[in-house]
Write a protein of this length. Structure first.
Length: 172
């Protein structure tokens, strides 16, 4: 018996199986496993009118759900932008309020003009630094909250909960 023949009688010793063919078969199997179950179509029989209508309704529901999610995401982004714009007004608001209070107080206390302007400049600079610090803290907290909300949103948008899938099947 020649050396290249094995116990199984095939020259490659794999029972006639070629390793390249095995890899192709594995890839084909992996490709088939990646298709979602609802996308598999039974080609052995045509769909009935009721099944076609159910498929059409399912597709319409999926499209409506995607539109609703997109609208919610757009609304959320608009709200975040509106809040960012409001936070940008924190520092100027604090500076104006403190400046108005201090200038009125100094005017009523009969400060002389040069002394009042020097104190007003110092007070405005200090209030600007404090306002910037407060605005920075608000921005930082808001960024952390947005990150948490976006992380929660990713989990929620990955699909229906099992109980919702059952309700959808019962309704559909």
């Amino acid at each position: 018996m020649p050396d290249d023949l094995r116990d199984d009688g095939y020259p490659d010793g794999n029972g006639g199986r070629n390793e390249d063919r095995d890899r192709v078969g594995e890839n084909a199997q992996a490709d088939r496993d990646n298709t979602p179950p609802h996308m598999e179509v039974d080609v052995s029989r045509p769909l009935t009118a009721k099944e076609r209508e159910a498929e059409k309704l399912r597709r319409m529901a999926e499209l409506e759900e995607e539109k609703r999610r997109q609208k919610e995401e757009d609304d959320r982004k608009k709200e975040l932008n509106r809040r960012r714009k409001k936070r940008r007004l924190i520092t100027p608001g604090i500076v104006l309020a403190v400046g108005a209070i201090s200038s009125i107080t100094m005017f009523l206390m009969k400060f002389e003009n040069k002394r009042m302007l020097i104190w007003l400049l110092v007070i405005l600079l200090v209030s600007w630094m404090i306002g910037s610090l407060i605005q920075y803290m608000f921005e930082r907290f808001a960024a952390e909250n947005e990150k948490v909300i976006s992380d929660e949103g990713e989990v929620i948008n990955r699909g229906l909960a099992p109980s919702e899938e059952v309700k959808a099947e019962e309704d559909g």
